[in-house]
Structures are given as C-alpha cells and as structure tokens.
Design a protein around this ligand. Structure first.
Ligand code: SF4
Length: 432
C-alpha cells in the first residue's frame, strides 16, 4: 500500500533548505502531506454511496430487523415504546434460533409478538431459482424486494459434512474481469446488510441448520467465502456490518477464521478490512505481469501488482497459520507457462501464502479455454516445489449453470421473454 506519509524523506537540495534534522522535521510538520490512501478510501466510499441499496422495509412500511446492529435493534424497540433490553431476546431468536415468525418466539408474550409483527418483519431474500448439482453443489438465485437478483452457492466438502457458502456483495460488478461471467453484467447496486446476511441465513434455512451450532459443534454450512457477484471492498461498509453480525457469538457465531473475503485488489481498503474484521483474505491474482493483469483484471491499471503485493505483506490478519489465498484461474496459453509459475513464486516471497489453481470454467461468449491437465500439473508442481500449497480446484456443479453470474443471466433472459410475451413477471418474494 502506498502512502505518501510512509515515503522516505528526501532532504531538500536548495541553499535555503534547513540544514539540521530538527529544522527539516519542523518544516515537514508545517507541510500538510496528503494521505493518498485515506483520500482513495474516501473516494471509494463516496462512490459506494451512489449504489446504495434501498431501505430495508416491506411495501406496507414494516422495517426488517435482519441487518440491524444490536444498538439499532435496541433503538427500534425504543421507537415502538419498548425497553432496549428486548434487543437481546430478539437477537437470540433471529440469529441463534433462525426464527422468521414472531409467533414462534416463545419467550416473548403474545401481545408483544403481535406488536412486533405490526411494526417489523424478520426477512429473507426470496428464491427466484435453485439448482442442485449431481455433486450436491447447490446454487441459489435470490431475489430482493426491489426485484434485483444475486447468486449464492453452497459447495459441500467432498469428504466431510461441512461446506462453504459463497456469497455475493453486489448486483453485477464494475470491474469487468475478462474471464468472469459476472463481469459482463453492469453494476446495478450494492447489496444491503440484510441482503448479505440474508443470503447466508436463507442458505441455512435450505439445509435446516438452526439453531446455530454452538462452540466446536460441526456445522454443515461451516465457512463463508465472499467470492460471489461483485467486489466486496467496493461495498465495504455493508459487507463489514454484515460480517460483524454473522460473527457475533450470541447469534450465528461464525468465527472470523471461517470467513474469507476475496478481492481483485482494492488496495486502499485492504488494511482496514484486516484491522476491523480480521477475516481471511483471498486475492484474485490470475496474472504475474502488469501487462497481462491489466487485461484480465482491469483494476490492476489502478492498483498494480507491486502495490497489491505490498498491501498483502502488510495485511494485519495474515500469518503462517492464516495464509493469504492467491486465486489463479488457469487459462490455456494465456497465463499458464512454467515461467509464469516461477514468477508467481518470486512475487509471493515474504507473504504467508497459498495458491488455488482454478481451471477455467467456460461460459457462452467467452473465448478462453481451460489449461490442459499436463499444464495444470506442471504449474502446480513448480509452486509446490517452492514450498507453497497449490491445490487444483476442480470446478463444481458442472451440470448446473455453474459459472458465477450464469443463473442471473438466465433469469434475466427468461424475464425479458416473459415481458415480450406480455405475461406477468415472476412474483416478487412475499417475505421481502
Ligand atoms: S471476478 Fe469478481 S471482481 Fe472481477 S468481474 Fe467477476 S465478480 Fe467482478
């Protein structure tokens, strides 16, 4: 990460320059040195506000309690003339028990249940589409109150009763990575806190994983990867609040060690994410030269590889036991040579790292091809010989619309066809 305040101090060369160290420091203190990283963060967050989600309310004006912080939940109780301590009770029912109906909250009196239902809902995104693959990968297309849709995928572990939930952070994406199907969809808006938390909760509904398993009790939905549609660090505030809710020990209680945020390299937001959330980090790297990465991940033109690697070295939540994952999509004849594997090893020097090699999963309209088995093996061996873990992640759910963004595109096409045929569109989910 580059900050001008961290840059080396060059002594002025002119004859009027201060000659002693204290004089030099004095003149520096009088100069306001802009913190470019802070300025960039402000710019990114101002831009995020332009794509803010709509208010989390139903059409009849009831507020969604999902996504409120504990303080906000207490405030919501005060607004209806109740004591803020109710927030603790509700938190338990919403996030530990997974209740969506106030009448199921048995420790709350019937008149109070009715009052809560008059003012509030405990929402979930509606399911516009759901597909389960032969390999048991389950893909959801969730539809939100304003009709926008985003994808969530549950990827079960092949050997154990656990699995990862891949969550989206935006509807569409601004970044246009050329190998990514979602990159062909323009950014519509950021997802709100209830929509981000709601994806995980609705996936758990689908597997009946309530109440939240406590302590070391095994979980079927055991990890979260923020690797779905969108760039999570471009929607940082909503993502951070959602993850804090999910990590809260009195509710869902998923440890920060079980959450991985994947970024294509929004350098100015990375340290903040590590300091505030302490979650695992994954980097969509995919190329080892700026020349190629500029093409594959256009954000590289703004934050080139050198800055990205410096931000990884400084990432506060990384250690040998919590390595940064470098995602590398293997594209035949594009980025999969032995020389590139060696360069990757050089780039990773000094970073507690592991590498995920991902064979490209072709989608209609893309010209890329997956690397051959031999290339994959040779590339992986070079990385492993250098001491890094480099598993080849075989694509899951190949028999369903597996590439991220495909389910949404199919749904949009269907909706367009319905509109053209002048038939009523699919109903909006009634819970949202
Ligand atoms: S890879 Fe991620 S950041 Fe890049 S276009 Fe796809 S969703 Fe956006």
């Amino acid at each position: 990460m580059t900050t001008s305040s961290a840059a080396p101090v060059a002594m002025p060369a002119s004859s009027s320059a201060p000659t002693s160290v204290p004089e030099a420091l004095g003149s520096l203190q009088n100069t306001s040195v802009p913190d470019l990283t802070a300025a960039e963060r402000t710019r990114i967050q101002a831009k995020a506000a332009l794509f803010a989600p709509p208010p989390a309310r139903t059409a009849d004006g009831r507020k969604d309690l999902v996504g409120l912080s504990r303080e906000e939940l207490g405030q919501a109780m005060v607004e209806i003339g109740e004591k803020p301590f109710r927030a603790k009770q509700l938190w338990h029912w919403i996030y530990h028990q997974g209740a969506t109906d106030f009448s199921a909250m048995s420790t709350i009196s019937k008149p109070m249940q009715a009052k809560l239902a008059e003012h509030f809902v405990v929402g979930r995104p509606g399911i516009a589409d759901e597909q389960t693959s032969k390999d048991e990968t389950r893909k959801f297309l969730f539809r939100f109150r304003d009709g926008q849709e985003a994808e969530t995928v549950y990827i079960p572990d092949r050997r154990e009763d656990r699995g990862a939930v891949c969550i989206s952070s935006q509807v569409g994406c601004t970044l246009s990575c050329t190998f990514c199907h979602t990159g062909t969809q323009k950014l519509v808006r950021n997802l709100g806190v209830p929509e981000i938390v709601g994806q995980f909760m609705a996936a758990r509904d689908s597997y009946g994983e309530w109440p939240s398993p406590a302590g070391d009790t095994p979980r079927l939905l055991s990890t979260i990867v923020l690797m779905g549609m969108g760039e999570p660090l471009y929607n940082y505030d909503n993502v951070a609040k959602a993850m804090k809710i999910i990590m809260d020990g009195d509710g869902i209680g998923l440890s920060r060690r079980r959450i991985t945020l994947s970024t294509s390299g929004v350098v100015p937001m990375m340290a903040r994410c590590g300091e505030e959330l302490g979650v695992n980090l994954a980097i969509s790297l995919h190329a080892v030269t700026d020349e190629l990465r500029d093409q594959l991940v256009p954000l590289n033109r703004k934050y080139p590889i050198k800055e990205l690697m410096a931000a990884c070295r400084a990432y506060p939540a990384a250690s040998n036991s919590r390595r940064i994952t470098f995602e590398y999509i293997m594209l035949r004849g594009i980025n999969d040579s032995d020389a590139e594997a060696r360069e990757l090893v050089r780039l990773l020097k000094g970073i507690p790292a592991k590498v995920n090699l991902i064979p490209f999963n072709p989608w209609p309209g893309s010209d890329f091809k997956p690397s051959t088995r031999e290339r994959l093996a040779s590339f992986a061996n070079i990385i492993m010989d250098a001491g890094y873990s480099a598993p080849i992640r075989m694509p899951r759910g190949r028999d369903i619309l597996a590439a991220c963004g495909q389910l949404k595109t199919a749904s949009e096409r269907r909706r367009r066809a319905e509109t053209l045929a002048d038939t009523p569109p699919l109903p909006a989910p009634n819970s949202w």
